[in-house]
Every structure is written in structure tokens, then in C-alpha cells.
Design a protein around this ligand. Structure first.
Ligand code: PMP
Length: 430
């Protein structure tokens, strides 16, 4: 491996390196791979960990500890015992946390949809859709593509703001929200963010909940999807965002979401909504017009499977045992294959589901096409940006959890070949 930085090579050296890279790529393309690093899905071995969940409620054993027959309608708030377990884990009083259906994305869509149609709890005026200007949503980038789809489908204009290692760039956020009253909301993945893996620092969180906003009904969609998904021995507790918001005089600013999608069975877990007492009443009022109640059978299964908060923590350590080696393999391979070449940088997450790779600007799309032609599927270029547009064409999201360890290794070995080839092509074309 050459340790010289590619951008410092003269044209002759670049041309020689390009010839090597082409030969490497030809060999890769001939090796007949069929690998997929696209979506952050749990591996089958992770799903197996929750196997006993499927038989935790039976035909003759269907009452919750509080005596509720979970087979029947009712209980819109969710089972109190499960709310208490996840309230403890998320640092939220159980009264302010609802256990709902199978998907937190649905809850995000609902909370935004209620605001668009009916208005928020703290602002008696009509829904955002009836206001003179279409509502706008701040989107820290790179971010989660499905957040953009949800907001766009509800009529929001998406405004990208840069994400730093500490959270959204607050100089940009502060100025935007102070100036424009049609900026009604903002996405946040505060822990082990999708895709960079960063966690918002306490000063950033304090400023988000306290900053002055032109919109009196500004909301933060606090998607704590990865709050419990630590990869190593450090298990930081989530910050008490609702308490901080209340102490700042903005108790109703934050809608919190979480789910067990990547804890038990993806798409068949339990999703949670948490917020201030006023927002909980607001949410229950509108949710009650949408549903008679959530799937309490599934909630009871989860309660019995985990027993308590420590049960969830122990379970998450078993997940980490399965996926941490895959993350380590990706990082080791990127370090060895791209370190020191001056053509890429990547994140080293302490939790979550993704590694974010920035390649030489202007080459991400080319890298992903080269990889696809060699049988390695990656998330499409630009997917982590609103409208799929990465202005620098440099970001690639790596999702290492689903494939077997040896396939993760092969896929990242191949990715390194593609990143080098695309960079050399670009540098020689300059
Ligand atoms: N939020 C984030 C940040 C995610 O990465 C994901 C899953 N990829 C979700 C939400 C989806 O959650 P759910 O299955 O609860 O809808």
C-alpha cells in the first residue's frame, strides 16, 4: 500500500496508481460478489436474541401485571408497566411516555400531521397548513432519508443545516430559527445519529431547547432511535431533554420518539412517544381519533421478555457482541486501505448502526456505481441529504449490521478499491 497522499502525487505517479487501481477493480469485478451494505437492518443472529418474545403471551396467559386482558380494545397510553421500564431507560417519567404501535416513524408522521392539520398544543391557532407560508423543517445533514420523506409528504420545505461532531451547527440554526417564523420544526437524532454516529453534546442540547425562535410553536422531533445501542462498554444515559426544555421555559418544544425496532424484531417492536404533560394530552386527543388503542399483546410480550430496564440493557450488550466486530472490521479496513491517502475520512461511532464515509468530493456517486457493478450494493449517493442531493457528492453511508462478518469484510475490501479508483480518475481529470 502506498502511504503517499494522492493529491500530492505528480501526474506520472497518479497515472501509475490509476493503472494499479484499474487492475484491482477488474479483479474485484470478476470475483462475482453479491453483497448488500444498504440498509441498517439487524442481522438474523440479532433477531434470534429475541426469539422467546414470540411465545411470551399464550392463549391462556394474557393478563398484564395490572390485570388487563391484553386481547381486548383500550388503553391508548399503552401498558403502564412497559412505559415504566422504557421511562427508566430513557430518563423520562412514565406518565410522560406512551407505548404505542410498531413503528416510531408512524408516530413522527402522526405528531407532524396533527400539527399541520390541527395546530400544536401550545398554540391555539389553526394548523400549520392554513398559515400564509408552507411550514419549513430544519434537517441536520447528513441525516436519515426517511425523515425527509415524512416531512416532504406533509408539505414541509426541507432546509439542510450542517451537522458537526457535537450536533447541528448552532450558529446556523440559531440564525435561521430567529429570522423565519415559518420554520416550524427540526429533526434531531441526538444519540449515535444516522448516519454519522455522533451524539449531541449537552451545550448543544441546552441551546436547542432554550434558543429564541420566531415561530412560537417551534418543535424539535427528537428521534432517539439509537439511545440504547451502545457498541462498547460506555453506556451514557440519554440527556433529560424534556427536563431541560421545561427548565428553559419551553416545556412543549420537544417531541421524543424511540422504539424497539432494533432491539427486538424490526417492524414488530413497540414504539414510544414522550413529551410534556400538555403535549401528551394533545397527542392522546388526536391519536384517539385515529386508533382505539395499540397492540397490547405485543407490549405484554416485550414486558415479559425483558422484565425490567436491566433486562433491556443486558439484551443490548448481546447485540453489541454481534455487531461491534463488524464495525471494527470496517474501520480496520478503511484505516489500512485509505488511511493517509488524503482522499477520504470516516466516522468512528461508539453506538448506532452506521459509519459515514466521506470520499473525495465529486466521487461518491461514481464510487457507488463502481461498487454496484462489482456486486456491492451501497445506499444511493445523496440519500442522507434532502431530495437526495449531496452538494459535494462525497457522502457514503455504510450499514455493516446485516451481512455475515466475512461478507462485511469482502464488501469493504471492495469499497476501498472503488474509492481509490474513483479518486484517481478524478485527480487525473482535474
Ligand atoms: N429513526 C431512525 C433514525 C432510524 O434509523 C430508523 C430505522 N432505520 C427509524 C427511526 C425507524 O424506526 P421504526 O422502525 O420505529 O419506525
Amino acid at each position: 500500500m502506498s502511504a503517499s497522499r494522492y493529491p500530492d502525487l505528480d501526474r506520472t505517479a497518479l497515472a501509475a496508481a490509476l493503472e494499479d487501481a484499474r487492475a484491482g477493480y477488474a479483479a474485484l469485478a470478476e470475483s462475482g460478489l453479491a453483497l448488500d451494505l444498504t440498509r441498517g437492518k439487524p442481522a438474523p443472529a440479532q433477531l434470534d436474541l429475541a426469539g422467546p418474545l414470540l411465545t411470551a403471551v399464550t392463549a391462556d396467559d394474557y393478563r398484564s401485571p395490572g390485570g388487563v386482558d391484553v386481547r381486548n380494545y383500550g388503553g391508548l397510553e399503552g401498558l403502564p408497566e412497559l412505559r415504566a421500564v422504557f421511562g427508566e431507560l430513557l430518563g423520562i417519567p412514565a406518565e410522560q411516555l406512551l407505548a404505542q404501535g410498531n413503528s416510531s416513524l408512524v408516530l413522527m408522521h402522526a405528531a407532524l400531521g396533527f400539527s399541520v392539520l390541527h395546530g400544536t398544543a401550545d398554540d391555539g391557532s389553526s394548523g400549520w397548513i392554513r398559515q400564509p407560508q408552507a411550514p419549513k423543517m430544519l434537517c441536520p445533514v447528513p441525516g436519515y432519508d426517511r425523515h425527509y420523506t415524512v416531512a416532504e409528504s406533509l408539505g414541509f420545505e426541507l432546509i439542510p443545516v450542517p451537522l458537526t461532531d457535537e450536533g447541528p451547527d448552532m450558529a446556523v440554526v440559531r440564525q435561521l430559527v430567529a429570522a423565519d417564523s415559518s420554520i416550524k420544526a427540526m429533526w434531531a437524532v441526538p444519540m449515535y445519529s444516522n448516519p454519522t454516529g455522533i451524539t449531541y453534546s449537552e451545550p448543544v442540547v441546552r441551546e436547542l431547547v432554550s434558543m429564541t425562535t420566531a415561530a412560537p410553536d417551534f418543535k424539535i422531533l427528537w428521534d432517539n432511535a439509537y439511545a440504547l445501542h451502545h457498541l462498547g462498554p460506555d453506556e451514557p444515559a440519554p440527556l433529560d431533554v424534556l427536563g431541560l426544555a421545561e427548565a428553559s421555559g419551553n416545556p412543549d418544544r420537544v417531541h421524543v420518539f424511540a422504539s424497539t425496532s432494533k432491539i427486538t424484531h424490526a417492524g414488530a417492536g413497540v414504539a414510544f412517544y414522550a413529551s410534556s404533560p400538555a403535549n401528551i394530552r394533545w397527542y392522546l386527543h388526536h391519536a384517539g381519533q385515529m386508533s382505539i388503542g395499540p397492540d397490547k399483546i405485543n407490549q405484554l410480550r416485550h414486558l415479559r421478555f425483558f422484565q425490567d430496564a436491566e433486562g433491556v440493557r443486558a439484551h443490548m450488550r448481546r447485540h453489541a457482541e454481534i455487531i461491534a466486530p463488524k464495525f471494527q472490521a470496517v474501520l480496520r479496513t478503511l484505516d489500512q486501505g485509505l488511511g493517509g491517502l488524503g482522499i477520504a475520512r470516516w466516522t468512528r461511532p461508539a453506538g448506532g448502526y452506521f459509519i459515514s464515509l466521506d470520499v473525495l468530493p465529486g466521487t461518491a456517486d461514481r464510487v457507488i456505481k463502481l461498487a454496484a457493478e462489482a456486486g456491492i450494493a451501497l445506499t444511493p449517493a445523496g440519500a442522507a441529504f434532502p431530495h437526495g442531493l449531496d452538494p459535494r457528492d462525497e457522502n457514503i453511508r455504510i450499514a455493516p449490521t446485516l451481512p455475515e462478518p466475512q461478507d462485511v469484510q469482502k464488501a469493504v475490501d471492495g469499497l476501498v478499491v472503488c474509492v481509490r479508483l474513483a479518486a484517481l480518475e478524478k485527480l487525473l481529470a482535474a
